[in-house]
Write a protein that binds this ligand. Structure first.
Ligand SMILES: Nc1ncnc2c1ncn2[C@@H]1O[C@H](COP(=O)(O)OP(=O)(O)OP(=O)(O)O)[C@@H](O)[C@H]1O
Ligand SMILES: [Mg+2]
Length: 208
């Protein structure tokens, strides 16, 4: 996984110069509300929203399709290049949302907001989206383990990663939390669904 100190971002900075503007990143498991929250936040902050999956598609960074998992395989080098090209051309703060936010070079981001959702609620949302049983299990399991926030912390460090529990908030309220945080940054809460479910004796229900 690339991170702020990685060869990848250092290489691009050497070639292109350190970008002057930064991006607000919104990450999280599928169904946690990234796209909806980013749209609301974009309106609130008058900032352009970039979807990482659209960016990957537009720049030919989808290298293959994993039919068994019903998901695209991303060419990470290609996507890092596309992000840097995008960031280079912007003169204003942008919002970047999607699954691969940890690929954004450290020097181009200001904060990463990871949307978290209780596994029961996430499962309902993914069911409503018509996802297959396997895909729901895989995505909910990733949320239980906390894959997205672990990847973000690994890439950007604890201080740059703020988690928001969206379980009982609508996207407008989640955007409010982000706006408040940007006004006065605070220490992030950390959510551990694994511990919660283990204490309830339900962890096996969620792990394959
Ligand atoms: N806070 C919320 N409360 C209730 N429903 C929500 C909330 N956020 C999103 N949803 C619903 O969950 C579904 C997924 O939302 P959205 O598409 O924004 O998620 P996403 O994180 O962008 O997913 P993906 O990673 O697949 O792009 C949508 O049907 C949306 O209306
Ligand atoms: Mg989305």
């Amino acid at each position: 996984m690339l991170n702020g100190d990685s060869y990848g971002s250092a290489f691009y900075e050497l070639c292109l110069g350190t970008p002057s503007m930064t991006a607000i990143l919104i990450g999280g498991s599928p169904g946690t509300g990234k796209s909806e929250v980013a749209e609301v936040l974009g309106i609130r902050l008058k900032a352009e929203v970039i979807s990482m999956s659209d960016l990957a598609r537009r720049n030919g960074c989808i290298s293959a399709r994993d039919d068994a998992r019903d998901t695209d395989i991303i060419d990470e080098d290609c996507l890092v290049g596309a992000i840097m090209d995008e960031v280079e051309t912007k003169r204003h703060r942008i919002i970047v949302e999607g699954h691969y936010i940890d690929l954004v070079p450290y020097s181009s981001m200001e904060h990463a907001f990871i949307l978290r959702t209780h596994p029961d609620t996430l499962r309902e949302r993914l069911l409503a989206r018509g996802y297959s049983k396997e895909k729901i299990l895989e995505n909910v399991e990733a949320e239980v383990i906390g894959v997205c926030q672990m990847d973000a912390i690994e890439a950007f460090g604890e201080d740059k990663v703020f988690e928001i529990d969206t379980t009982d908030l609508n996207p407008l309220q989640v955007a409010d939390v982000i706006v408040e945080f940007l006004k006065s940054p605070a220490h992030s809460p950390r959510y551990d669904w694994m511990e919660l479910l283990e204490n309830e004796g339900r962890l096996d229900e969620f792990l394959s």
